[in-house]
Design a binder for this molecule. Structure first.
Ligand code: S3P
Length: 172
C-alpha cells in the first residue's frame, strides 16, 4: 500500500468494544500520525475517571465535557481519533465531527463486542444489568445514527488486519 497524507483528522466511531482503540493505534502507527483517545483526554481534562464523571455528575455533564474536548481535538490535524461510543449520538458533537473530520464507523456484531468487553468493568453504561440486552438496546438506538458516518467498515472477531487494510484502501 502507498503512503497516505491525511488532510483532515480521521475519527473512529462505534460501540464500546468495536475496536476503535486497537484499530486506531495501528492506523496511526501506519500513517505516522498521533493517535488520540478522546475518553483518555476527557479523563485528563476532568482529573478523574469516566466512571467517576458518570457517577458524580451524570451522563449529560459527561456529554458536555466530551463535546468540549472533541472540539479541541479535531483542530489538531492530522491525527487518528478514537471516540467514546456515545459521542456521535450527541447532535452537536456529530455535526462537529462531520464538518471537521473523516468519520468511520467500525461496525460490529453483539457477540464480537461481548467477547471483547466481557472482562472489563470500567464501562458505566454496561454495569446495570445483562450486558447482551443492554448492547442490543444500544445497537437499536445507535446503529441508525452511526450509519451517518462517511464510511462503514465491518470489524468482526479476528478481523483486525482485514479491517485495517480496508480502511487504508478507502483513504487512498
Ligand atoms: C460510552 C462509551 C465509552 C465511554 C463512556 C460512554 C458510550 O467509551 O465514552 O463510558 O456511551 O457508549 P468506549 O466506546 O471507548 O468504551
Amino acid at each position: 500500500l502507498p503512503k497516505l497524507t491525511l488532510n483532515r483528522p480521521i475519527v473512529l466511531i462505534g460501540l464500546m468494544g468495536a475496536g476503535k482503540t486497537t484499530i486506531g493505534k495501528k492506523l496511526a502507527h501506519y500513517l505516522s500520525v498521533p493517535f488520540i483517545d478522546s475518553d483518555y483526554e476527557i479523563e485528563k481534562t476532568a482529573g478523574c475517571t469516566i466512571a467517576d464523571i458518570f457517577e458524580q455528575y451524570g451522563e449529560n455533564e459527561f456529554r458536555r465535557l466530551e463535546h468540549q474536548v472533541m472540539r479541541r481535538l479535531v483542530g489538531q490535524s492530522p491525527a487518528i481519533l478514537a471516540t467514546g461510543g456515545g459521542a456521535f449520538m450527541h447532535e452537536q458533537t456529530r455535526n462537529l465531527l462531520k464538518e471537521k473530520a473523516t468519520t468511520i464507523w467500525l461496525h460490529c456484531d453483539v457477540d464480537t463486542i461481548l467477547d471483547r468487553i466481557s472482562h472489563h468493568t470500567h464501562r458505566p453504561l454496561l454495569n446495570s444489568g445483562d450486558k447482551r440486552e443492554i448492547l442490543l438496546n444500544l445497537m437499536d438506538k445507535r446503529y441508525p445514527v452511526y450509519a451517518k458516518a462517511d464510511w462503514i467498515i465491518s470489524c468482526q472477531h479476528n478481523q483486525i488486519e482485514t479491517t485495517l487494510t480496508q480502511i487504508l484502501f478507502l483513504l487512498d
